[in-house]
Write a protein that binds this ligand. Structure first.
Ligand code: UD1
Ligand code: CA
Length: 485
């Protein structure tokens, strides 16, 4: 029979040391709430089929700002993704935050009486499924899960400050307990093996252990860590399973730690992409706040921010200081420095920027040129078209081989409603033209520079709206009396 496994994620704490009104577990790393990272890892665990164990359910203990926590997870789609894997997510509430042991008590009633509970922390976001699987494997002896065994995930770290320390019997090396930093003696503080907080506890003993916890300690809290000494005293084995990758067990208690972890997370991501052939010019100045997918031979210059879902096709080059949000870039396209794109679809072999702004609903075709200080919004442009300088193209349908001159504006808004501008294939829009929508420029039409177009421009013809130029011979500029110094 497979060993049943329930995951319990503790996520009720306020995180006082963050000095924030937002629940700690909702603070993001790489653009995703820490709790989302943890549940994402649980989802990976759920999709792992093992012959020896089965993930039955996941429990989240929420408390401080609990409604916001639940709403964020619901919005992330993780709850339904888990349920698709046959793993239901149960919410539990801890109304008063009285410690990690007290938090687990809130979920304990919903746990079965056999198998194990895997405890994870909402503020330890970078744990990977592979490491959890290795930890779970430690439960098994001769192919059977030992019903009395506990496993704690530990690590040897250079700066153990702030973490609980693992106490071992000096003779046998057996884990005898965990002591919290604030309750530790000078000698215990020197122990370099720390408690990650993640542990596997046998359900058949858990209820009894939790009921025996006391809050007689430096923080007057019910420490979950105290169950380890109980297990040891009652003769049940505790395995200390050390992990060598310290990043995966880093906890976040302060903003300083959050920011340090953010950098380390970004660096790891950059290194992984580099290993796949993405040329990131400086991996220390690289930020993904969501997901980034790259084809081969992509080049990314310094200080680019990728947000939401971004896809870069083969050979795409992104210049320095660009922000790309939910954007897809076709192969061979170059985005020049200081360009900002949001919810845009950019075709292949195009050139965008420097200083271009593509707002939601922009769709550029192949071999487009969009130059400096050009803004697009809810506008589609066909192949080989150009808007090279200083233009606003909003609510527009632009055909192929169109040239939009410098200073062209689609006047799409009348103060109440938005209207469409249609520019057909091969049209030429002279510089400094205003197209007062709704209006249509026919195929092959030319607008003279400075045209204010209020009626449709016929195909193939020149339309000009500016006043005729005239020069007045002999005209004299009025003159002032010249000041003498
Ligand atoms: C805890 C461990 C410590 C370990 C460290 C690893 C205890 C007593 N200490 O300390 O040994 O080295 O994590 O990061 O377990 N939480 C609740 N309800 C509460 C209190 C906490 O849900 O009443 C949740 C928090 O939201 C957080 C997690 O439990 O996700 C850990 O709580 P925190 O107060 O940060 O514990 P640490 O002091 O970091
Ligand atoms: Ca913590």
């Amino acid at each position: 029979m497979k060993n049943p496994l329930h995951v319990v994620v503790l996520a009720a704490g306020r995180g006082k040391r963050m000095h924030s009104d937002i629940a700690k577990v909702l603070h993001p790393i790489g653009g995703r709430a820490m709790l989302e990272h943890v549940l994402g890892t649980v989802l990976e665990l759920a999709s792992n089929q093992s012959p020896s164990w089965v993930l039955e359910a996941v429990h989240v203990v929420r408390g401080f700002s609990g409604d916001a926590v639940r709403a964020a997870i619901e919005a992330s789609g993780l709850e339904s993704a888990l349920s698709k894997q046959g793993v239901e997510l149960f919410w539990h509430e801890q109304t008063e935050q009285r410690g990690t042991g007290h938090a687990l008590m809130q979920a304990q009633g919903a746990l079965p009486s056999s198998g194990h509970s895997l405890i994870l922390f909402g503020d330890v976001p970078l744990i990977e499924a592979k490491s959890l699987i290795e930890m779970i494997e430690r439960l098994f002896l001769d192919g059977h899960a030992s019903e009395d065994r506990s496993v704690i995930l530990s690590a040897m770290i250079d700066e153990p400050k702030g973490y609980g320390r693992i106490m071992r019997d000096p003779e046998s090396g057996d884990v005898t307990g965990i002591v919290e930093e604030r309750d530790a003696t000078e000698a215990q503080r020197k122990i370099a093996e720390i408690n990650s907080g993640m542990m596997l506890l046998p359900n058949r003993h858990l209820g009894r252990w939790l009921s025996q916890l006391s809050d007689n300690n430096a923080q007057s809290e019910y420490y979950l860590t105290d169950v380890i000494a109980m297990a040891h005293q009652q003769g049940h084995p505790v395995i200390g399973h050390p992990i060598s990758d310290a990043l995966q067990i880093q906890g976040v208690n302060t903003l300083t730690q959050l920011i340090a972890l953010e950098r380390a997370f970004q660096r790891r991501l950059a290194d992984r992409l580099l290993a796949q052939g993405v040329k990131i010019f400086d991996p220390n100045r690289f930020d993904v706040r969501g997901s980034l997918e790259c084809d081969s031979d992509v080049y990314i210059d310094i200080n680019v921010i990728f947000q939401g879902r971004v896809r870069l096709g083969r050979g795409v080059r992104v210049g320095a200081h660009c922000v790309l949000i939910d954007t897809e870039v076709g192969e061979g396209t170059e985005i020049l420095p200081f360009t900002h794109c949001e919810s845009a679809l950019i075709g292949p072999r195009s050139r965008v920027g420097p200083y271009a702004r593509l707002r939601p609903g922009t769709e550029l075709g192949e071999e487009n040129h969009v130059g400096n200080f050009v803004e697009f919004k809810a506008a589609k442009m066909g192949a080989y078209s150009k808007a090279n300088h200083l233009a606003y193209v909003g609510d527009a349908l632009v055909g192929s081989r169109v040239n939009i001159g410098a200073g062209t504006i689609t006047c799409n808004y009348d103060g109440a409603n938005k209207h469409q501008t249609v520019i057909e294939d091969d049209a030429f829009i002279g510089s400094d033209s205003q197209l007062v929508a709704p209006v249509r420029v026919g195929a092959g039409a030319t607008l003279g520079a400075g045209t204010t177009l209020t009626k449709d421009a016929p195909a193939g013809e020149l339309t000009v709206s500016r006043a005729k130029q005239l020069s007045i011979a002999g005209w004299k500029r009025p003159s002032k009396a010249i000041k003498k110094s």
